[in-house]
Design a protein around this ligand. Structure first.
Ligand SMILES: Nc1ncnc2c1ncn2[C@@H]1O[C@H](COP(=O)(O)OP(=O)(O)OP(=O)(O)O)[C@@H](O)[C@H]1O
Ligand SMILES: [Mg+2]
Length: 311
């Protein structure tokens, strides 16, 4: 139209300038609209966190040191009030100080839930839990948790050196203590083989450790803390039988007179426990020593028979 002199050059320039002024905001609007959906979801999650009731950590009792006597009395527990089923249903048992307790049962039976209650990550809906004869809810959470060492089912390692991973809770530990925790967890000799030894980096920038090696580093971390109560949640599941035996011997030496919970599904891991508790769908269904349980028909004997055949 400019060539045909229907509009001036100035009008052409003005036209394009206006077009730009419209298209830029239009484009931005498109971006904002698509982000609006994301913002809405983020806001919902954020307000759920902000609205969550603050957890109180303070309690009347400080767990300076624990003897490790534990009693569960008719404990009923579910994670959310609208869960149809209780994760633990009327569970009762008692543990004397220094005993070794094994928890067994199929997946989802409630083994880890027992530990979650012991650590007071949750409170039971009904029943009582006594720790050293005092109701667990009277304890100061921080002090209670500092006396219970748990090796989680899925250990978490940080992207830093092996030494720092082991000394995570006790950063000023003496080297010698780190080494002895590592050898108790049967990982010292493996770390020694790495070129950088204890300075070897773990994770994305460093070595990739096997599941069993990670478990053992997590175990060393917990042993270094010298807890009064030790909990191993499936800690040696990814470790071969030979190494497991070594770890158990070390544990007996290190944890003598300290209460130890072992969650495992290998008979060899639980046979020497003072008490074996078998859970099924939230209920404690069998309870006794290895010998006693072998004389009963039930989960324990079935697992024993299967494992005898395969080994
Ligand atoms: N954080 C959670 N929120 C809601 N429900 C949960 C939670 N953790 C476990 N549950 C439920 O509680 C029940 C018991 O689970 P728990 O973790 O105690 O089993 P488990 O015996 O430790 O099993 P596994 O051998 O697989 O570790 C299961 O039905 C499970 O789905
Ligand atoms: Mg579990």
């Amino acid at each position: 139209m400019t060539i045909q002199q229907q509009i001036t050059v100035g009008e052409l320039v003005t036209f394009f300038t206006y077009t730009w002024m419209i298209t830029m905001p239009m484009r931005q609007l498109g971006r904002v609209i698509s982000q609006l959906g994301m913002t809405k979801v983020a806001l919902e999650r954020l307000s759920a966190i902000l609205d969550a009731p603050a957890e109180t950590y303070e309690g009347q009792l400080q767990a300076q040191s624990l003897k490790g006597k534990i009693q569960f009395d008719d404990v009923w527990f579910k994670y959310a009030d609208d869960d149809p089923e209780y994760a633990l249903q009327g569970v009762s048992f008692s543990v004397a100080a220094g005993e070794k307790i094994a928890l067994m049962g199929a997946t989802g039976a409630g083994k880890s839930s027992i530990i979650a209650l012991l650590m007071r990550f949750y409170e039971p809906q009904r029943g009582t839990i006594l720790i050293d004869d005092a109701a667990s809810h009277r304890y100061d959470k921080t002090s209670l948790r500092s006396r219970i060492g748990v090796v989680l089912q899925k250990p978490f390692l940080f992207s830093t050196s092996i030494a720092k991973n082991i000394a995570y809770a006790r950063p000023r530990s003496h080297e010698q203590d780190i080494y002895s925790a590592a050898s108790a967890a049967a990982i010292h000799d493996i770390i020694d083989i790495f070129a950088d030894g204890y300075d070897t980096l773990v994770g994305e920038k460093g070595v990739t450790l096997s599941g069993g090696q990670k478990q053992r580093i997590a175990l060393a971390r917990t042993l270094l803390e010298k807890p009064d109560i030790l909990v191993l949640d499936d800690t040696t599941s990814a470790v071969d039988a030979e190494t497991e035996r070594h770890i158990q011997e070390e544990l007996i030496a290190q944890m003598s007179n300290r209460t130890t919970f072992i969650i495992a599904n290998r008979i060899s891991s639980v046979a020497d426990a003072d008490q074996i508790l078998v859970f099924e769908k939230g209920k404690l269904v069998q309870h006794g020593t290895h010998r006693q349980l072998l004389q009963q028909e039930g989960f324990y004997k079935r697992v024993y028979d299967v494992q005898q055949q395969t080994t």
